[in-house]
Design a protein around this ligand. Structure first.
Ligand code: TTP
Ligand code: MG
Length: 362
């Protein structure tokens, strides 16, 4: 079965946060990094916004060189604590879309949606929903790549920045890759590319057309990895559930706002079934059941019920959710989004129980 993986990467992350908090900088070149000291400063750029990139500025460029190219830019020192907090908030949102979630950097993460969405079209709508939620709650933009492997999803998220969504379906892989420069493959930087260029391999298409044994003869194990990526082969998994996880949730927006109870019920059933797939797989129990509902006009409510003990029971969750939902039955507005969240999680870890048992025997 074809997998569906999302790679999400915030746009000019540090700069985006500063512009969010200082709207007067919007539309101007904004550079985060060392103090340029009117051209005499030492150190480098951490990142800059897209306006600054028009002047050729980029991450890791010496700040003195940046100042020469763009003396009228707005130069700011990084505020690590703030970015860390924003990163945490963004990751919490991303994580709510799939338990198979892997943060790979301060501003990027993978989500495995295989089995959670029906096809690439639904994955694209989910990506749009993620973008909207991050803009609404955090106030910055994110670009998303959707593809059957992690490496392709990563290449895709970089294709259409900022605020882009790029879908690479399995049929479309060669067409998507063939004309790209080989440096688009993660792992081929400015230095390594020279070795490939010398052998006449400049575009990813050149790699696709090189037989695998030849690639291995020229570049060894690295050559195999590059060839695999170029041919859409990458079986790496998206890392799964982690111990510190505080909740499992999912929410879905209706294509058109609705007040049809059957439609709402079937959405709840879908979401609940999806959540319980992970719940069962990871042997999780929960105590708190939370309903989220958003009406037309973005009016959003949550209602919750906490039980006296931990359970794992899909039907019971649906019953509670519908009870909580009943409170809104006289509400004269159409529903835009519904969500379910389970929290106060506890892992039913058999190995842990076993070791405790062993311990008591000693
Ligand atoms: P990136 O995702 O590489 O860059 P970006 O988010 O700024 O821009 P893009 O829109 O192209 O994704 O890195 C994320 C953050 O990490 C970035 O905002 C600043 C920091 N960073 C550095 O401090 N130094 C660096 O050399 C790089 C590459 C990033
Ligand atoms: Mg980024």
């Amino acid at each position: 079965m074809n997998r569906i993986i999302l790679h999400c990467d915030l746009d000019c992350f540090f700069a985006a946060v500063e512009i969010r908090d200082n709207p007067q900088y919007k539309g101007k070149p904004v550079i985060i990094g060392a103090d340029p000291k009117e051209g005499k400063g030492r150190g480098v750029i951490a990142t800059c916004n897209y306006e600054a990139r028009k002047y050729g500025l980029h991450s890791a460029m010496p700040i003195s060189q940046a100042y020469k190219r763009c003396p009228h830019g707005i130069y700011l020192r990084p505020n690590g604590g703030k970015y860390h907090e924003v990163s945490r908030e963004v990751m919490e949102i991303l994580e709510s879309y799939s338990d198979e979630f892997q943060k790979v950097g301060t501003d990027e993460a993978y989500l495995e949606l295989t089995g959670k969405v029906q096809d690439y079209g639904e994955a694209e709508r989910t990506a749009k929903q993620i973008q909207e939620e991050i803009i609404e709650k955090i106030g910055i933009t994110i670009s998303i790549g959707i593809a059957p492997t992690k490496s392709l999803a990563k290449i895709a998220s970089d294709e259409n920045k900022p605020n882009g969504i790029t879908v690479v379906t399995p049929e479309n892989i060669p067409h998507f890759l063939k004309d790209m420069d080989i440096t688009r493959i993660p792992g081929i930087g400015k230095k390594t590319k020279v070795y490939f260029y010398k052998k006449g391999l400049k575009k990813i298409g050149d790699i696709i057309n090189t037989p695998l044994p030849k690639m291995m003869e020229l570049f060894g194990k690295h050559g195999k990895w590059i060839w695999d990526v170029a041919n859409g082969i990458d079986n790496r998994k998206v890392k799964e559930f982690h111990e510190q996880r505080k909740s499992i949730s999912a929410e879905r927006t209706f294509y058109t706002d609705t007040n049809n109870f059957n439609e709402i019920l079937s959405k709840f059933e879908d979401i609940n079934a999806n959540i319980h797939k992970s719940i069962i797989k990871h042997q999780i129990t929960y105590k708190t059941i939370i309903l989220k509902i958003r009406f037309e006009g973005f009016e959003t409510y949550t209602r919750s019920k906490t039980l006296p003990y931990h359970i794992q029971n899909e039907k019971f969750v649906l019953k509670i959710i519908l009870e909580l939902f009943r409170e809104f039955s006289n509400y004269n507005k159409k529903v835009r989004l519904v969500g379910i969240k389970l929290s106060s999680l506890m892992r039913n870890d058999k190995t842990k129980q076993k070791s405790l048992l062993n311990y008591s025997l000693i």
